[in-house]
Write a protein that binds this ligand. Structure first.
Ligand code: ADP
Length: 342
């Protein structure tokens, strides 16, 4: 069932946004090049920009209708908005920032938000005393505390280092599992979109062009050979993680039961043999699901019980004689697995 219906037109001198699409529950990605209209679309949803024409409704409630002259102001739309910068109130503590928009009738309990986001030790601190990653956690907690019917996220992780990014992706997954609040997620980062989204809309020059599954993003645009395979995993024992039914070995013991890991595509090796005689800490048999050629390298999409992307050189690809649906073996070292630290 569609939850959000958007059919709007917005014109600037040199740009027009013309969108007609619907969004269902889950985490929906909006992906497109810079200047394609992603922020304009989110701002129209949030009520910061008034479309020239059209309708916007969320959960059957009309927020904008040019025919009926409806334009609900942003503070009455009940939408959470998280942007690149946390924009916390600098003179208020973390506690006061999160409490700012809290609604008493909220079915979401503040203590629970603080627990899930692991903010207990930061509550008395001022925004100037915490890191960028911690500030984004507070911004997300503040958005949740307002009991939103939808959360919009515009490049929320683009200014963060890898560890903070993995950590927050982990928290976002937890939030989504617990609260099932629909999230509309904008990012340039394909790996991030694949890790977090259930469904992706492509936008180009102000129009939605395609609705795809997140993994299809790598066919759209990923010429770089440093793709990040990001996974939510469960701790099996201190150096073994479970991903689907597979076990991934890591190099250092961890304590968290749920965490996010990253394996760079450049650290993943693929061979078209079975693993009988290979000795490594992470070796998986699987099938070669797709081969995507770029100018500088080849991306292989492998299914080994989970999907993993490897980058190989064109020379190796030609020598190996690999073909689609071949049985393959995927290898990566435990030392290549980057683990989120909260
Ligand atoms: P994205 O978020 O995909 O990078 P934006 O939605 O920020 O793209 O911008 C889309 C286009 O709309 C750009 O060409 C931008 O210059 C134009 N635009 C955005 N806001 C305004 C404005 N207030 N006045 C004129 N043009 C604007």
């Amino acid at each position: 069932m569609s939850l959000i219906n958007i059919n709007i037109k917005k014109y600037y001198n040199n740009f027009g946004l013309t969108c007609d699409f619907s969004i269902s529950n889950g985490i929906t990605g909006i992906f497109g090049p810079s200047g394609s209209g992603k922020s304009t679309l989110l701002n129209a949803l949030a009520g910061f920009i008034k479309p020239d024409l059209g309708q916007i409704s969320i959960q059957s409630q009309s927020f904008f209708d040019s025919n009926k002259k409806i334009n609900i102001p942003p503070d009455k739309r009940n939408i959470g908005y998280v942007t690149q910068k946390a924009n916390l109130f600098p003179s208020m503590s973390v506690d006061e920032n999160i409490n700012y928009g809290y609604k008493k009738q909220n079915k979401i309990k503040l203590n629970r938000i603080i627990d899930i986001m692991n903010l207990n030790n930061l509550m008395e601190k001022l925004p100037g005393e915490i890191s960028g990653g911690q500030s984004q956690k507070v911004a997300i907690a503040r958005a949740l505390a307002s009991n939103p019917s939808v959360i919009l996220m515009d490049e929320p992780l683009s200014e963060l280092d890898l560890n903070s990014k993995l950590m927050i992706l982990d928290y976002l997954k937890k939030i989504h599992i617990e609260y099932k609040i629909p999230i509309i997620y904008v990012s340039h980062d394909i790996a991030e979109m694949i890790a977090i989204c259930d469904n992706v809309f492509l936008i180009n020059r102000g129009s939605i062009t395609k609705n795809i599954s997140p993994t299809e993003l790598i066919y759209e645009n990923s010429n770089e050979s440093d793709f990040q395979n990001i996974y939510s995993v469960v701790l099996d024992n201190e150096k073994n993680l479970k991903l689907n039914n597979q076990t991934i070995q890591i190099n250092e013991p961890v304590e968290n039961n749920h965490l996010t890991i990253m394996i760079p595509s450049s650290s993943v090796m693929v061979a078209n043999i079975e693993n009988n005689f290979l000795l490594s800490d992470n070796v998986f048999d699987g099938i070669l699901k797709n081969i995507v050629e770029f100018d500088s390298h080849i991306k292989l999409v492998c299914d080994v019980g989970f999907e993993i992307i490897a980058d190989i050189s064109k020379e190796y690809y030609q020598k190996s004689n690999m073909k689609l649906n071949d049985k393959i073996c995927v290898i990566f070292k435990s030392i290549s697995v980057v683990i989120s630290k909260s």
